[in-house]
Design a protein around this ligand. Sequence first.
Ligand code: S3P
Length: 439
Amino acid sequence: MLKTVKKLNKGLKGEITIPADKSISHRAVMFSSIARGECIVRNFSSGADCHSTLNLFKQLGVDISFIDDKTLRIKSNGVLTLDSIPLPNPPRRRGYESLICDCGNSGTTMRLVSGILAGENFDSTLIGDESLSKRPMKRVIEPLTLMGADITSVDGHAPLTIRGQKLHGINYNSKLASAQVKSCILLAGLNAEGKTSFSEPYISRDHTERLFNYLEADIKTEGTKVTITPSQMVAKDIDVVGDISSAAFFIVAGLIVEGSDFVIKNTGVNPTRSGILDVVKRMGGGIEILNERIVSGEPCADIRVQYNDSLKGCVIEGKDIPRLIDELPVIAVLASQAEGNTVVRNAEDLRNKESDRIKCLVNELTKIGVNIEETRDGFIVRGKKELSGGAELESYHDHRLAMSFYIAGLVCGNEIAINGFEWTNISFPEFETLINLLG
Ligand code: S3P
């Protein structure tokens, strides 16, 4: 679908409530499916990725039903058993027949679920769409194999064929700061023999640790090291806070569209996720954090954003990166409207997302007049240029690129078009409706 976007000639005003966090929605369904008891998950994400996780656990026999379009009831006895798998020919024994589980476009689904299924007593095969089948899976296969898992891949890529085994705990030092890898190993450790520890160079988002804690798993964190002792989680109601990665598009829009002043309600502000707020402050942007509170173990707040015509470029690197990895495309758009250079380093893993986000971002933003240069592990934006627009931009089937380009379009001199805009449904189907609400 080709979407056209025109310059906005007046500021964005009013108030919106940002929809559910994608990372937490995935975890709410996964963890409640292996926790014992019944619970309600409120404000579940309507994005396609989270529905891939939901459908997968339904397929695994977990009793999940919708109370309304954003509220789920999940009932589990705490174990996944083949007896409850509603298939005509269920894979009754190890090595008999593999259960095919479709993860769609979702890396979080594939990487986290592999940690659960590796320790079950049945076989499964995780498949994904064209994009997911190109994404690196060695990062989870290697540590899971050290725990005794039996996983076959296509040269480190999906499909992943998992022959369920009893796993044992390990001490794992990851070179990469990745919440997906960390969560995969902690999920495997929950059901393994002995303790499992995971360390990473910088802290990545800690939603798994927080939700494990809330659901009474035996988990301890010391700096960047997390240790899980095998334990049974207990189901509890979960309220999912709003997604700061979705709010990021609005934060940037508010800062760069002249005359804007609005409030984004109910946004998750977990410090391991809120790097964008620090970057905006460093750039001199006007945001206010209001009404801070804790919801189901997660910090949450309302955010007031105001237009600012004196933003300055900054350096984003090292421990900043895991705290804003998904926001870097829209931060490039913000940097184009700031005085001076914005330099992003140590973000090479951006090349392994739904697209090569360094190359694709640079290709497309260059077309509308952004002065942006690709580097090995990031990019440099030389800012404060009028953006010409007047071009068709490719989304590369990447939801976050499509929405970042839309925000750039709001300040371009000429109309732009975005090809593949429907990919925004992966994480944020409500995106354009909310823009229109403020516009
Ligand atoms: C996620 C972790 C991040 C992030 C992704 C969601 C998660 O990936 O980019 O969108 O929910 O754990 P990595 O762990 O690969 O950095």
